[in-house]
Design a protein around this ligand. Structure first.
Ligand code: ZN
Length: 304
């Protein structure tokens, strides 16, 4: 059996728009590693299929009018089922009971576990998060529901301290602020993700930084966080073992158009690097990503 592994880096609010003064991705320096790898900045219409690198814009509107939102976009990405059509609308932020109906049976963590393969979410969840859930000040987002419904244990502050988790801001500034734990570089975060990905068939890491920058309409914040993501990707690309397929995608556009504080209907990137590329050939929207990963992992099992 050929071992096959996937690391999915989910980037909230990263769309592909036209070049222009309101799009911080227009400049190569915003994501220099990625722009170098793809030969061009991350803009509308970019497609690449060269050796181990494959890139295509995919649709995040899912045949539903209005602006795409996180809960339905992420549920679609992580289940392979069109959650926006299931709900009859785009739904923001948190997954309510009805989206759980899709996540429970079809969540990628559960489906990979059902194949008898190891799965993990690399994100560290801090004690304050669970306190806020208990006090009903927060509700679970889709990523947390993947863990809960699989079930797969959450990585915690202890895992983070042992170098076995990454906070969603990549460099742990927020962890430093609240838990007196020194921050890490994007390169160290990348090394942690590679280490986790080597011992799991499927590893997920989520960052929400560009979505916040887009809502804030802050060019400075957008460039800072996109450069941070680029530095993380640079390490992931350099350190990627041969059997690991690296995927980057998003749930909807936002940061690529700072003229508005809202999401956009732009397509989102689907970047695939590594041996799993052939399984993604037919993917045109958010529904295709989970089935492509599962078909690869199930195929590898069938050939034992
Ligand atoms: Zn948003």
């Amino acid at each position: 059996m050929t071992a096959s592994r996937f690391l999915l880096v989910f980037v909230d609010g990263l769309g592909l728009g036209p070049a222009g003064s309101e799009n911080p991705l227009t400049q190569v320096q915003t994501m220099p590693c990625l722009a170098g790898l793809l030969g061009k900045p991350l803009l509308a219409g970019l497609t690449v299929a060269e050796g181990e690198v494959w890139f295509r814009p995919i649709d995040a509107c899912l045949g539903v009018p209005g602006l795409p939102q996180s809960a339905t976009g992420q549920t679609t990405l992580y289940t392979g089922h069109n959650a926006a059509q299931f709900r009859g609308q785009h739904q923001s932020a948190f997954a309510n009971g009805s989206l759980r109906q899709l996540i429970e049976p079809y969540g990628i963590f559960r489906q990979v576990s059902n194949l008898g393969l190891a799965v993990t979410q690399a994100n560290a969840y801090m004690p304050g998060y669970f306190k806020a859930i208990a006090n009903r000040r927060r509700r679970y987002a889709v990523g947390a529901l993947l863990n809960l419904t699989a079930p797969v244990p959450f990585r915690t502050l202890d895992d983070y301290r042992q170098g076995e988790a990454v906070y969603w801001d990549i460099t742990g500034e927020m962890v430093e602020c609240y838990y007196d734990e020194p921050g890490i570089s994007a390169a160290v975060a990348g090394k942690r993700l590679i280490k986790l990905a080597q011992s799991h068939s499927f590893t997920l890491f989520e960052t929400f930084l560009p979505d916040y920058a887009g809502h804030h309409q802050s060019r400075e914040e957008a460039i800072t966080v996109l450069q941070r993501i680029d530095a993380l990707l640079s390490t992931l690309i350099q350190e990627r073992p041969e059997d690991l397929t690296l995927i980057l995608s998003s749930d909807h556009g936002n940061v690529e158009d700072l003229s508005t504080s809202h999401h956009t209907r732009n397509p989102v990137p689907l970047l695939v690097i590594g041996p799993g590329i052939p399984d993604f050939a037919g993917v045109t929207d958010l529904t295709g990503v989970t089935p492509a990963i599962l078909s690869n992992l199930a195929g590898k099992i069938d050939t034992v």
